[in-house]
Design a protein around this ligand. Structure first.
Ligand SMILES: Cc1ncc(COP(=O)(O)O)c(C=O)c1O
Length: 354
């Protein structure tokens, strides 16, 4: 008997990613925190332009996007690492900075890719429960640091619960983190934040030697389908992240689309404002139902439903809206177009017997 090839022993412990369900014809998809607006002006033309040269590999370092981003963020190009979505950059962070025997501290519940990427890196995960209001317990996270900790994730606003960390809490936390432990601040939804107590994480990353910020073109910029994200931080760390990148991952189409999106800043800000206003409207509807939800600083709202999460998700699907249940805990609903939001609010009213 020939023994077939076998995978790594620890692969069995890697949890599978559960993507937001796709929507059947005619239903609204509010399950993946996508942007309901079409691509920004100039983006489709930029993609079509770049499509003409897909017989060639893209520029290895995406140098034009790197320069455009550096100018946009007012940082040096060697302080930015690009990847195929911030989830890939996060994979680079975990692979480059951690390995077997190391610990990664994360808030939980948080972004579902964290446990997967940590397991793929072979590192051990230390999950620190959120507070009841869906915020990070940064004191408990600092208490969880050991001499084996190599990386700490901070997700602000936190997916799926919604609140942002405060500048003050983050600074006190950073004061307790040893210099040889990297803190990665995941700001995938930063453009939607309106909480004035929220930190300027970019400033923290640029003024410290052990902090990086992760951002993406997938959410506010509406380029989820093209896969571009990035990390900003000290050039010493960025150099290490680049070593772990997938060669030629960021395509020329993605690069040109991202550059065009950066050039459409006024329209981007207008659209983000529309979504932020819609988020406020939905939250006041929830308050009118006396249904308490955590602060929502991203383009999504968390509905604490405990054991009824799956049941509500099914009711929403029956009503024509696909949402994202987390069994036994709650449901995350993306802020979409008003008709979509009204649809699930009506389902919720029914569900609560109002
Ligand atoms: C908190 C958080 N970080 C990162 C990502 C990854 O986004 P992308 O890989 O599309 O850039 C997501 C996507 O849902 C997210 O919610």
């Amino acid at each position: 008997m020939v023994t077939p090839p076998r995978s790594r022993d620890d692969l069995a412990s890697v949890p599978a990613y559960r993507a937001g369900r796709s929507a059947p014809q005619g239903a609204f998809k509010l399950s993946s925190n996508e942007n309901p607006f079409p691509p920004l002006p100039g983006v489709e033309a930029a993609i079509a332009d770049a499509a003409a040269s897909v017989n060639r590999y893209p520029d290895f370092g995406s140098s034009r996007l790197l320069m455009a981003l550096a100018a946009h963020l007012d940082v040096d190009a060697d302080q930015i690492a690009l990847g195929t979505g911030s989830v890939a950059v996060l994979g680079q962070v975990m692979t480059a900075m951690t390995g077997p025997g190391d610990e990664i501290v994360i808030p939980w519940r948080s972004f579902e890719a964290y446990p997967i990427l940590a397991a793929l890196a072979g590192a051990s995960l230390v999950r620190v429960p959120l507070r009841d209001d869906g915020t990070h317990d940064l004191d408990a996270m600092a208490d969880a640091l050991t001499e084996r900790t190599r990386l700490v994730m901070v997700c602000t606003p936190n997916n799926p619960t919604g609140p942002a960390v405060t500048r003050r809490a983050l600074e006190s936390f950073l004061a307790r983190v040893p210099g040889d432990v990297l803190v990665a601040i995941d700001e995938a939804y930063v453009e939607f934040v309106r909480d004035e107590a929220a930190p300027d994480a970019l400033d923290l990353a640029l003024s410290r030697t052990n902090v990086i910020v992760l951002r993406t073109f997938s959410k506010a910029y509406g380029l989820a389908g093209l896969r571009v994200g990035y990390a900003v931080g000290p050039s010493t760390i960025i150099t290490e992240l680049r070593k772990a990148q997938l060669p030629f991952g960021v395509t020329a189409m993605a690069e040109q689309a991202a550059i065009a999106s950066l050039g459409a800043e006024a329209e981007l800000l207008r659209r983000v404002e529309v979504l932020v206003n819609e988020r406020s409207r939905v939250r006041s509807e929830l308050r009118a139902m006396e249904y308490v939800t955590p602060d929502a600083q991203g383009n999504f709202i968390w509905l604490p439903l405990d054991g009824k999460a799956d049941e509500f998700a099914q009711a929403a699907a029956d009503g024509g809206v696909v949402v994202r249940p987390f069994a036994g805990d709650g449901v995350r609903v993306t802020v979409g177009e008003p008709a979509a939001n009204d649809r699930w609010l009506a389902v919720l009213r029914d569900f609560l017997g109002l």
